[in-house]
Design a protein. Structure first.
Length: 319
């Protein structure tokens, strides 16, 4: 019998975190194992995760499928998993996330109650104890929260900790745009298109997961460029409309310019005062700059590196 629900975990050269993520997915409760499958897609140029996944498969109460996608890029990885997955509902978990046993059941319950096409849950980042500098900012940066109670929402988040109804997709097998293979944001493009098509998004506050960011990401040198890219998101959303929403583009660029100036000045003052909370203002200024400089020439690549590049900076996942 084909699985009704497919869990997908993309990975690239992160054996320790991957094992934690996979074991948490295999330990889900409140869902019939006969309806489940887990697809792990390895986006390394060589099948480096294959042996580990095969070992984990011996512990699995439902099918664990290994997919090797050697073509680098986060969209390539997600599409390879989608092609292999059999489920009509697709749950995404990143390889640096750990899901509590109730996670999947909570996503499914909200999807059913609100007839949602996509459901998102909270992410709770946890930094190692050795991280002291900018700890509060870093944990907030990698977390996801929403003040809304359970129910429909008018905005969207990234793929990590989400549930997607395949029937909502124009292309049910390869829905993610390869245009974003290196920069990330392939999920933003997809969910933005679904929003314009009138699809329903829901928030599931009980469907939370832990996130353990890799050590090299726990620094302003990573988060501020990433904040810049996040700032580009709403402008790129307007530009991707057919026809492009030029009024929206101009509005967001003006908002971004104001944010860059105001928060940039506040960040400078806090930096001169050596205030530990300056990182929050720096983040907001970077997001403002991203709204101003949003075109392709300003895109920053975070994904799609080859095996010869620095390990640990090429994970095919995006929270």
């Amino acid at each position: 019998m084909a699985a009704r629900i497919s869990l997908i975990i993309p990975t690239q050269r992160r054996p320790g975190p991957l094992a934690l993520a996979v074991r948490s997915a295999l330990a889900q409760q409140g869902v019939d194992p006969a309806e489940l499958e887990l697809v792990v897609v390895d986006n390394d140029s060589v099948p480096s995760a294959k042996a580990a996944v095969e070992r984990l498969a011996t512990e699995a109460p439902f099918p664990l499928v290994y997919v090797h996608e050697p073509s680098a890029g986060v969209a390539n990885a997600r599409n390879a998993a989608m092609e292999q997955a059999e489920g009509e509902l697709i749950a995404f978990l990143d390889d640096d996330e750990e899901a509590p046993p109730h996670w999947l059941a909570s996503l499914l319950a909200v999807q059913a109650r609100w007839d949602a096409d996509v459901v998102f849950g909270p992410v709770r980042a946890r930094a190692p104890a050795r991280i002291v500098r900018h700890r509060a900012y870093l944990e907030q940066f990698f977390s996801r929260s929403d003040p809304a109670a359970e129910g429909l929402i008018d905005h969207y988040y990234g793929c990590g900790d989400s549930l997607l109804r395949r029937a909502a997709l124009v292309d049910p097998k390869r829905p993610f745009s390869p245009e974003r293979n290196r920069s990330g944001g392939e999920d933003d493009l997809l969910f933005g298109a679904l929003q314009r098509a009138g699809k329903r998004f829901a928030w599931a506050p009980e469907a939370w997961v832990w996130e353990d960011p890799s050590p090299e990401r726990l620094a302003l040198a990573y988060t501020l460029p990433r904040a810049f890219v996040y700032g580009q998101g709403p402008v790129a959303h307007c530009a991707a409309a057919d026809p492009p929403d030029w009024a929206g583009i101009l509005r967001w660029m003006l908002i971004g310019a104001g944010q860059a100036i105001v928060y940039g000045l506040l960040a400078l003052i806090l930096w001169l005062l050596r205030r530990p909370d300056r990182a929050f203002m720096m983040d907001r200024a970077a997001r403002g700059l991203g709204k101003v400089f949003w075109g392709k020439r300003f895109r920053i690549n975070f994904y799609g590196r080859t095996v010869s590049d620095n390990a640990g900076q090429d994970i095919a996942s995006d929270s």
